[in-house]
Design a protein around this ligand. Structure first.
Ligand SMILES: C[S@@+](CC[C@H](N)C(=O)[O-])C[C@H]1O[C@@H](n2cnc3c(N)ncnc32)[C@H](O)[C@@H]1O
Length: 258
């Protein structure tokens, strides 16, 4: 267990809300494609604020159940839904349930976990044969091809910082291969990215302002980014004209063989 950005502050709650606003529509669209059925037992790993679990709970009906987990459950305590059970779970711990779930979802968590293969083994172990797995994970490549050189430099600095902390910002593209090697059948792996500007309240603007704000001193101290570039990133995020490339969020849907 180790989560570099882990804390239970209000600032982290705000960042999680922005991340959920950004990725919920896409995640739910993919879950619609999977076809979550009444009566299913679902598991969410690293649930953050639990917005995906809440969506699932409305789909599984009165016979179903959603086990909504995170290694730190402070932000899940307010969830009050008859079909959601909140549990503290570090995915690196030996699973206590075996083949218990029809669906397991992990979004924006796998890239933070240092021993990603062990985490994947544990998650797969908890899904029943024939059951579904959905990983939604970021991949840095669109941001690194942005027209604005300073945005590219900022994300290259972010990548280097991630590498120092065992955070793999190319996780999105690695998942189909890793899941196939783990013996799963890959149903689909598709990514979505978005252009955003400082206009119109896109959650990406505030999310990146806060996320870069968190690590900017480190980026400068480690020599990954200059302070001038850091200031320029802030100006870009304020600009209505600069349409910036976001991460690509890959959704990989796999099934456990029967
Ligand atoms: C970037 S947040 C993503 C939250 C949510 N899944 C979302 O996409 O909105 C990562 C979450 O993973 C959790 N996490 C990190 N390492 C974990 C681990 N080893 N086991 C379980 N949860 C973990 C953190 O506590 C945090 O809530």
């Amino acid at each position: 267990m180790r989560y570099v950005i882990a804390n239970d502050s209000e600032e982290e709650r705000t960042r999680l809300r922005l991340l959920a606003e950004l990725t919920d529509p896409y995640t739910c669209y993919r879950l619609e494609e999977i076809g979550v059925e009444p009566g299913w037992r679902c598991l969410e790993i690293g649930a953050g604020l639990g917005t995906v679990s809440t969506w699932l709970a409305d789909k599984v009906g009165s016979e179903g159940e959603v086990v909504c987990t995170d290694m730190q459950t402070k932000f899940l305590e307010d969830i009050d839904h008859p079909r959601i059970r909140v549990e503290q779970l570090d995915i690196l711990q030996e699973p206590q349930r075996h083949g218990a779930f029809d669906l397991a979802v992990a979004r924006n968590v796998h890239h933070h976990i240092p021993d990603r293969l062990a985490a994947m083994r544990n998650l797969v172990e908890m899904v029943r044969p024939g059951g579904h797995i959905l990983y939604v994970e970021p991949d840095l490549h669109p941001a690194m091809a942005d027209f604005h050189p300073v945005w590219r430099r900022a994300f290259e600095a972010f990548r280097q910082w991630g590498e120092q902390h065992d955070i793999d910002l190319f996780t999105g593209r690695r998942l189909p291969h890793q899941l196939a090697v783990a013996g799963l059948d890959i149903v689909s792996s598709r990514g979505e990215t978005a252009l955003f500007s400082g206009k119109g309240g896109d959650p990406a603007v505030e999310l990146y302002r806060r996320s870069f704000g968190l690590i900017m001193d480190d980026l400068v101290a480690m020599g990954f980014l200059s302070q001038a570039d850091g200031d320029e990133v802030d100006r870009l995020l304020d600009s209505e004209q600069a349409w910036l490339m976001n991460f690509c969020f890959f959704a990989t849907h796999a099934r456990k063989p029967v």
